[in-house]
Design a protein around this ligand. Structure first.
Ligand code: TRP
Length: 371
């Protein structure tokens, strides 16, 4: 069972966080229903999402999450987007080229259509009060629970590191702070992030139980996952599309680089192009990419190419990608010419995020009796 946190109370004790009026902020809701609820009442929802600044975002990110963020923003939902720079050092010793990656990530966001006047884009290292929430939150989870997190286990297995650092183990709790500092009640995520969202929900529930307001209400809402509906795109090598595997078409790639990457993509020997994701994953992923770019059904794209073979398929995909992303890339280049602007976006975002985080931390300290 969940406890209900009336938004009115949260607002009364918490003036700087201008929480929307929500009559059911902590009820468990499945993804499809949640989407419907957001469309019906965008003002009652606050979204938090984010990415690690480790390299350029690619087309998989765009169709998997970025496009959905822009859609939510257009609906009028309030949105916070965290550039998770502290998360970068969970699996590497140095945060290599962090400032550059951070600015490039913001450029990707802006080019894709996130509007800094409507979405608060910030780096979490720039928001001290957010990070301070980690301390009380860590006291609410057991070491055994941290050790069981399947996403963390997976990352540890894949990192190839002989030594696992403490932040790797605890970062899901840090991520709970990312979500809860602004009292977000909607977190758009992929399947792999669900265990982390569960941690955030657990932390919220336990905090509210252990440290209720005097009237019995809790400080934090229980955030819900908004699962992405987009099917998964494979990389050009047929594996998972990933920044680090060199198999991804970056949002910011040139038309030529896009053509080169797609020309090198793995296909199969059957000349007839079909959309059969299970039987022909590589060919189907290319078909899907063209279809997503053209807002069409993949079956239709496949049928049009028919017996044209891999060469025709790749021509279609390249044209579709370059056409769809051309305007975004042009806009990105314009924005990139003015680094001062990108930095200003981050400064403004940090200022807004700090105001919200300071207010939440003050509330947390008050219910914990720290003041
Ligand atoms: N862990 C996420 C990723 O690797 C990034 C992230 C950080 C995040 N904090 C978050 C996502 C909070 C959702 C909510 O992509």
């Amino acid at each position: 069972m969940t406890t209900t946190v009336p938004a009115a109370t949260a607002t009364a004790t918490h003036p700087a966080v201008d929480r929307p009026t929500v009559d059911h902020p902590t009820v468990d809701r499945p993804g499809a229903d949640l989407d419907e609820l957001i469309r019906r009442d965008p003002g009652a929802h606050r979204v938090l999402t984010g990415d690690r600044p480790t390299g350029p975002l690619h087309l998989g990110h765009y169709f998997g999450t970025l496009q959905n963020r822009v859609r939510l923003q257009r609906l009028g939902t309030e949105m916070f987007v965290v550039v998770a720079d502290y998360q970068v050092i969970t699996d590497r010793d140095v945060a290599d080229r962090l400032a550059e990656h951070t600015e490039n990530l913001v450029l990707d966001y802006l080019a894709a259509g996130l509007d800094p006047d409507r979405a608060t884009i910030f780096a979490h290292s720039a928001v001290p009060a957010l990070n301070q929430l980690l301390l009380p939150f860590l006291s609410l989870v057991s070491v055994a629970e941290l050790g069981r997190n399947p996403t963390v286990k997976d990352e540890i297995a894949h990192s190839g590191q002989s030594v696992v650092n403490g932040l790797m183990f605890t970062y899901p709790v840090h991520q709970a702070a990312d979500i809860l500092f602004c009292k977000a009640n909607v977190v758009p995520v992929g399947q792999d992030q669900l265990p982390h969202l569960e941690v955030a929900r657990t932390v919220a529930r336990r905090f509210n139980e252990r440290y209720p307001h005097l009237d019995g209400t809790g400080v934090f809402p229980r955030p819900d996952a908004l699962l992405s509906a987009a099917p998964m795109l494979l990389g050009t090598d047929g594996g998972k599309m990933s920044k680090s595997r060199g198999n991804a078409v970056a949002l910011s790639a040139t038309a030529d680089a896009t053509a080169r990457l797609i020309r090198g993509a793995r296909t199969d020997t059957d000349r007839r192009i079909t959309y059969e994701p299970a039987a022909r994953p590589e060919v189907s992923s290319l078909v899907l990419l063209a279809a997503l770019c053209q807002d069409r059904a993949p079956e239709l794209v496949a049928e049009e190419i028919g017996d044209g073979g891999a060469a025709a398929l790749k021509r279609t995909v390249t044209e579709a990608v370059n056409e769809r992303f051309g305007p975004m890339r042009a806009r990105r280049e314009e924005l990139a010419a003015d680094r001062g602007y990108v930095r200003q976006v981050l400064r403004d975002g940090a200022e807004r995020a700090n105001a919200v985080a300071d207010a939440t931390l003050a509330e947390v300290r008050a219910v914990m009796g720290s003041v």
